[in-house]
Design a protein around this ligand. Structure first.
Ligand SMILES: *Cc1c(COP(=O)(O)O)cnc(C)c1O
Length: 465
């Protein structure tokens, strides 16, 4: 310990090497941990002091407590036996990019506060637009553009605020209506609340859990008759419960006709658009106003890393920019640079593009496609086994790598099976309900999930059913 209290670069080098070893050991052995943490509520807090230390502590003690106190309370999202929710992938190149970003410690709110942070972001969002088959006009050279945000929720919230601001001069906020399906992610309803919309219509879905366009049309007509103005609609490519796909072209067409904003939520399934055979699910994408996708789910990039694209960046920047005197600078005033702080809510920005750039260069598009196709194939194999067995039923189509099934004996048997699987410690899956039907979601997409993991999951389902 030096007089300064700081960790000097040489000690950091030494501890850093240890930490890389620690993470590498963790990832090498993660399969052996019980996937779901079994600690009781409050146990971790109780094991830690109520006050921050007054005196400096040796770093060994911090590492000891990381191992002894924190690790038992970890839910192992990086386990190849992780089938819960959606994945929250990480990967070697992503972790290294994150480390470089933390080491540089830049705050990239403006181009001038670190030009490379802005310009690399522009490069990777443009690369991603091509990889996902998004319209060329959404690239920075066009009228649209992309930006990296923290979450798909933030993207939905920003889209709603932008839509609201566009209409605000002519329409009172309490006359504007937001439409979403009964399968739309909860972030949309929350975004409506945050943006101040009071009128939210939840549109019914069809037997495939896709938004029923006829019901949407009827709701719009009823609202028009009541003197209200349709303002915003969300269409999903891959809903959270079942990965259902809404008819993008039809919904976007209605939105255009009605003059309302159409936002597409492809938070999970966006990754599959790197593979051309999935692009039919985004047919009509050139008609929408905004689109969001999370590389931090199923694209080997650790949380947080969300992409948000707009077809036209002007209304977004109009809604989000404010220029106080302390942010004025020559580059901004010249109009020649992008200041991404004007593309979302926060001012401060992490250097998130670095890890995405590392991932894209390490895997190449070919590596990403390889793993996505493999996960989709493993999901299809599992679905085939479930379908062929009279004890089980699939409750939804599986266009990507999420399989949703139930026990044929009904809700109680399904819930019991989900509990038995989760309590085994060997796997983690998410139980859900669709209407009155209890179901089990099996999301295949963790970075290191291979055929043998899905095979052993199937054996467990077979034995415990
Ligand atoms: C996960 C998910 C979200 C929320 O993503 P965050 O980045 O955690 O906000 C939104 N929509 C869908 C369809 C999702 O699957």
């Amino acid at each position: 310990m030096t007089d300064s209290f700081h960790m000097d670069p040489e000690e950091y080098r030494h501890r850093g090497h240890e930490m890389v070893d620690w993470v590498a050991d963790y990832l090498a052995n993660v399969e052996d941990y019980p996937v779901n943490s079994t600690v009781a509520p409050g146990a971790i807090r109780k094991a830690l002091p109520a006050q921050a230390p007054e005196e400096p502590e040796p770093f060994e003690n911090v590492m000891r407590d990381l191992n002894d106190v924190i690790m038992p309370g970890i839910t192992h999202w990086q386990s190849p036996n992780w089938f819960s929710y959606f994945p929250a992938n990480s990967s070697g190149p992503s972790l290294l990019g994150e480390m470089a970003a933390a080491g540089l410690g830049v705050q990239g709110m403006l181009w001038s506060t670190s030009p490379a942070a802005t310009e690399l972001e522009t490069v990777v969002v443009d690369w991603m637009a091509d990889l996902l088959g998004l319209p060329t006009a959404w690239k920075t050279a066009g009228v649209g553009g992309g930006v990296i945000q923290m979450s798909a929720s933030d993207s939905a919230h920003v889209a709603m605020v932008t839509a609201r601001e566009q209409l605000r001069e002519q329409i009172a906020l309490d006359k504007m209506v937001v439409y979403a399906s009964d399968q739309t992610h909860s972030s949309v309803e929350k975004g409506a609340r945050i943006a101040g919309f009071t009128q939210v219509r939840i549109i019914a879905t069809d037997d495939q859990f896709a938004m029923d366009v006829t019901t949407l049309e009827q709701a719009i007509a009823a609202d028009r008759t009541a003197g209200l103005t349709p303002a915003f609609v969300t269409a999903s490519i891959g809903t959270t419960a079942t990965s259902a796909v809404d008819p993008i072209r039809a919904i976007a067409g209605i939105a255009k006709r009605e003059g309302m904003w159409c936002h597409v939520d492809a938070a999970y399934a966006g990754t599959t658009m790197t593979c051309p055979e999935f692009r039919h699910h985004q047919d009509g994408i050139e008609l929408v106003d905004s689109y969001t996708f999370n590389p931090h789910k199923w694209m080997f990039t650790n949380f947080d890393c969300n992409l948000y694209y707009v077809a036209d960046r002007k209304p977004l920047i109009d809604a989000m920019s404010i220029l106080p005197p302390y942010l004025r600078n020559e580059a901004t005033l010249s109009g020649e640079v992008i200041d991404y702080r004007d593309w979302h809510v926060p001012l401060g920005r992490r250097f998130r593009s670095l890890k995405l750039w590392f991932v894209l260069r390490h895997y190449g598009a070919a590596g990403i496609r390889h793993h996505i196709r493999e996960h989709v194939r493993l999901a299809a194999d599992l679905a085939t086994k479930l379908e062929a067995d009279p004890r089980f039923e699939l409750v939804a189509p599986h266009p990507f790598a999420l399989v949703v099934f139930r026990h044929a004996d009904g809700n109680e048997a399904t819930t019991q099976l989900a509990d038995a699987l989760n309590e085994s410690g060997k796997v983690s899956l998410t139980p859900t309900t669709l209407g009155d039907v209890a179901a089990i979601r099996v999301s295949i997409g963790q970075t290191s999930t291979k055929a043998r993991h899905v095979d052993s999951l199937w054996s467990m389902i077979d034995q415990l059913a």
